[in-house]
Write a protein that binds this ligand. Structure first.
Ligand code: DON
Length: 306
């Protein structure tokens, strides 16, 4: 798609989807998310040559929350490769991202690394191998977006304090022998990942290695082998938007990952990295206007993988 087209298309999409934010409700389990401005909106793309397009609040930082799960998964696959799947499965859950029921029925093996239980198992795998796992994920993100990125200590602390369900999941996994380090260390790492702050523009850049066969298009550095990049994309497509992954596959047709602060990243293999941000969420925890923005962008720019 030519530069000119995206220049015109992004503002058009923004105007069309922004009103949908009123149908959503922002996360309220911690003050930083409850107090977020529901009128914030951004949509950004970055292609494999580095050409960027953005509309709205694309340079305003927010907590990336569950979007970090893509990058902690990437780091874990760098460390242990396909052995990771001994600790976490790769099936869509069809349940809310913080559900405990399935974890009990599946004997402590989380359905996939995009839901909370799976991300906790990934943190555990990283803690067994790295001194500072969330620091390493931040370093990876910073390298991929080409800029320093932040962490919000207030959010990190709030996540720790409010993380009762996550702590319960970590204990349950421990009881089944699927947690090898301490619940406290896993929770601290997980909270640090939720509290990483980035902008919509930075996230659109950072996700591009998955659109480029596992290689960062800016530096040429191979992040993961091509086969693993395909697998991460597959897990994002089938599991990245929780119990709405089927709907996202149908409407957007791209590997996507959402976070409760209202951002959704996606990549179009061979083409673009992209990110939409609008804090109000739908019932599954995905940004209402952000999802609609990606739907329209994928349709108008013919990005779907199908
Ligand atoms: O752990 C939690 O419940 C929140 N920090 C939500 C993370 C998120 O974005 C959605 N979860 N997968």
């Amino acid at each position: 798609m030519r530069t000119l087209d995206l220049d015109a298309l992004l503002p058009e999409i923004a105007a069309q989807v922004q009103p949908l934010a009123r149908q959503g409700q922002q996360a309220d389990y911690i003050p930083a998310l409850a107090d977020a401005d529901p009128n914030r909106f951004a949509l950004a793309t970055c292609d494999l040559t580095g050409a960027e397009h953005a509309v709205g609040d694309a340079d305003v930082p927010f907590a990336i929350q569950s979007i970090a799960k893509v990058f902690s998964l990437t780091l874990a696959l760098q460390h242990v490769g396909e052995d990771l799947w001994k600790r976490v499965d790769r099936e869509p859950s069809g349940d809310p991202f913080n559900s405990l029921i399935q974890l009990e029925l599946d004997e402590g093996v989380p359905r996939n690394p995009m839901i909370n239980a799976g991300a906790l198992a990934v943190c555990d795998v990283l803690l067994e191998r790295c001194d500072d796992p969330d620091g390493e994920v931040r370093a990876l993100l910073s390298e991929l977006c080409g800029e320093p990125i932040g962490i919000d200590d207030e959010i990190r602390e709030a996540e720790r304090r409010a993380g009762h369900r996550n702590t319960a999941m970590a204990h349950l996994m421990s009881a089944f022998g699927n947690l090898h380090t301490s619940v406290e260390a896993v929770m601290s790492t997980y909270a640090g990942l939720c509290a990483v702050t980035m902008t919509t523009r930075q996230l659109a850049r950072a996700i591009r290695f998955l659109a480029n066969g596992g290689v960062d298009p800016k530096t040429g550095h191979r992040v993961v082998p091509e086969a693993l990049a395909r697998r991460i994309n597959a897990v994002m497509l089938t599991c990245g938007t929780y119990d709405s992954a089927g709907q996202f596959a149908y409407e957007v047709g791209l590997p996507c990952k959402s976070g409760v602060a209202g951002a959704i990243v996606a990549d179009a293999p061979g083409r673009l990295g992209m990110c939409a941000w609008s804090p109000p969420l739908d019932a599954s925890g995905n940004s209402r206007a952000g999802g609609a923005a990606l739907h329209l962008l994928a349709e108008r720019a013919k990005l779907s993988v199908f």
